[in-house]
Design a protein around this ligand. Sequence first.
Ligand code: SF4
Length: 398
Amino acid sequence: MILDEKLEILSDAAKYDSSCSSSGSDRPVQRDGIGNGALGGICHSFSADGRCISLLKVLLTNHCVFDCAYCKNRSSNDIKRTAFAPEELARLTIEFYKRNYIEGLFLSSGIVKNADHTMELMLRCIRLLRNEYRFGGYIHLKLIPGASNELVLQAAKLADRVSSNIETPSEHSLKLLAPQKSKQSVLTPLALARETNISMSTQMIIGATPESDLDIVRLSESLYKKRFLKRVYYSAYIPINYDKRLPVPLNFKPPLLREHRLYQADWLLRFYGFASSEILDESAPFLDERLDPKSAWAIRNIHLFPVDVNRAGYEELIKVPGVGLAGAKKIIEARRFKKLGLDELKTLRIQTKKCRFFIVAKDHFPYEPPQEKIYTALANTEAKTNTINLFSLNGEAI
Ligand code: SF4
């Protein structure tokens, strides 16, 4: 098979993995090397079908001995199979890099023979890049579930980011859909790699299994708290295979809005100081599709508002719907010079249509309508002005 055809098959096979964004590592070019891992050198863009556009995102092979129900490359699928030799892929990466096509490599793989054999092949490619070609550019390596400790540690030494996909939010669902994997085989490599301080991420498939958003958000929170991961990626389930283990028909629509809301909730966990119990609870275990989770929280907790934008601290301001992290900083800076009213807030690009129910400003006192009215007004505003890019991976929760 010619190289072009291999590339086409193996990059297409990798496109459903969304956990490939950069770790933001910052490594300068070496004197006798090429490439660097500098922050500015890595593009975070994703194409509409989920591929990361600045990294060469490929599988080493789409042969796989596992039979995960949701996966195109599972052993029971009758598809065209191929593999790169590690030397071939290392050479290709360097050629693409030199031609400025890519800034780094995202390398995953189907499982050939067993986890260790596969990990060895992937490591051979990465060693060639780092040691022979002196490639200092960005490398994200997928850890193969069940790989031995020694190989995981080598991967963590050579790559900028490693990831291992949790795939489903519960062990029960994982057993059902990916019986050859286990929670332990996925989490053990991450636990081991954590000791090396490498940046790590994972991906969860959303909508293929019955877990609620509360289950998902709780799991993410616990992974962040245990310092397991830098990022959790949520990937709306796209039916590819017919499989009776999957609870949804083939004409099922990928839950892109749910995915977007989960990214917003994730943002609240990581940057806004929210706990999962503030975002969702057992009585309402799914995120509201009509409203972003911070607005929904603020309406439920209306007794905490209004917040005076001319006096409130940073922690209070970032909890106001329509005020993001950068917006809160701008407010604090701007009010050093004058009192702020709605016009000044607009100039600072604060979303006054959202925040007006929750703030006091120089010329503005909210008239305190009932919660249902605020809900309707905000949901309508969101519906009208919603510019959500449903393929976006980063739903900042302002
Ligand atoms: S291990 Fe499962 S998810 Fe990974 S390539 Fe094989 S079948 Fe697909």
